[in-house]
Design a protein around this ligand. Structure first.
Ligand SMILES: NC(=O)c1ccc[n+]([C@@H]2O[C@H](COP(=O)([O-])OP(=O)(O)OC[C@H]3O[C@@H](n4cnc5c(N)ncnc54)[C@H](OP(=O)(O)O)[C@@H]3O)[C@@H](O)[C@H]2O)c1
Length: 284
């Protein structure tokens, strides 16, 4: 297949492009800076906020939308421009040019009752994809870790001090998934018809609190509960936990739980024990 990976120069995109390439596909990674090279993969310039993307999309059998704006970015309208309107622009170009398969990356939590600009725009992006004439698959992963991710440097920074202040004592629950495991499932979604029309929630083998992830790196760390809301700490965590609310609403933050409600691994022939855990990854 000829596959365009929008956001293919990013953290998840690079791994996906290489898996698709190894599976024999003709892959192009696209982003605003095509000079961000991906070993062995051709790149092209693409800004999804451009209204007409037909020239870039034309000739592809499948489009994967991995374009991302980190969840903490302000102002809120940037999320709408990239995650909603950008998805609309990609979907319209895909419909016009006869793309067979559209894979949309969303995020865990988009349909929770915790509202953030990131979640609202991601949810709107999902709706556009579902309402399209395309054969689509939607993915909602928890936090993704692996080489080149933003999450582990963040954890290392947190764990650098013995006393680690965390909002609410770091009780927020996440289910980190290894980028290579997720990318293999994304590649299946591009290739196999049985995934069409499905929305998959995907997490790794372990549910961990944020405090527990810090203790993986520094077992003797002392977690200092910060009373919430603490806007600065919220903003810091929002940079790495997709959808983490920034602001003064303590109640919203405490309800955010970045774990799967249904286990969709079986759709890809996986069980939890087949996936790489964060602790195993950190030990290598
Ligand atoms: N990483 C996680 O933990 C996680 C968790 C849940 C969901 N997700 C979702 O997974 C997807 C990929 O995330 P990631 O971590 O790989 O993100 P990333 O490393 O930040 O990569 C983002 C990609 O999007 C491109 N991009 C940004 N703005 C663009 C625009 N206007 N037009 C075209 N391309 C643009 C970037 O390249 P340029 O900057 O050169 O344009 C880059 O290739 C996103 O949808 C994200 O929301 C990620």
């Amino acid at each position: 297949m000829k596959i365009l990976v929008a956001g293919g120069t990013g953290f998840i995109g690079r791994v996906l492009c290489q898996i698709l390439d190894r599976r024999g596909h003709d892959v192009t990674a696209a982003g605003r800076s095509p000079s961000r090279s991906v070993a062995g993969i051709q790149t092209t310039a693409l800004d999804v906020t451009d209204a007409d993307l037909t020239d870039t999309v034309a000739g592809h059998d499948a489009v994967v939308n991995l374009v991302a704006l980190p969840s903490h970015v302000q102002p809120a309208r940037s999320h709408d421009a990239v995650h909603r309107q950008g998805t609309q622009n990609l979907v319209s170009a895909s419909e016009t040019t006869g793309v067979d398969r559209f894979v949309q990356m969303s995020a865990l939590g988009v349909d929770s009752d915790v509202e953030t600009a990131y979640f609202a725009a991601k949810r709107a992006g999902e709706r556009i994809v579902r309402d399209s004439d395309l054969d689509w698959v939607i993915y909602r992963p928890s936090v993704v870790f692996g080489d080149g991710c933003a999450f582990l440097p963040f954890l290392r920074k947190l764990a650098a001090a013995r006393v680690v202040p965390l909002p609410g004592g770091g009780g927020l629950r996440i289910q980190p998934i290894w980028v290579d495991d997720l990318a293999a499932m994304l590649a299946d979604g591009v290739e196999a018809d049985r995934h069409t029309g499905e929305t998959y929630e995907l997490g790794g083998p372990d549910v961990l609190t944020l405090a527990e992830t810090v203790l993986l790196l520094r077992p003797n760390a002392v977690i200092l509960p910060l009373p919430m809301p603490v806007a600065a700490a919220g903003a810091m965590i929002a940079e790495y936990i997709p959808g983490f609310p920034i602001g003064r609403d303590q109640y919203r933050v405490q309800r955010l739980d970045n774990t799967v409600s249904s286990d969709d691994l079986a759709a890809f022939g996986f069980e939890k024990r087949d996936l790489r855990s964060l602790s195993a990854y950190l030990q290598t």
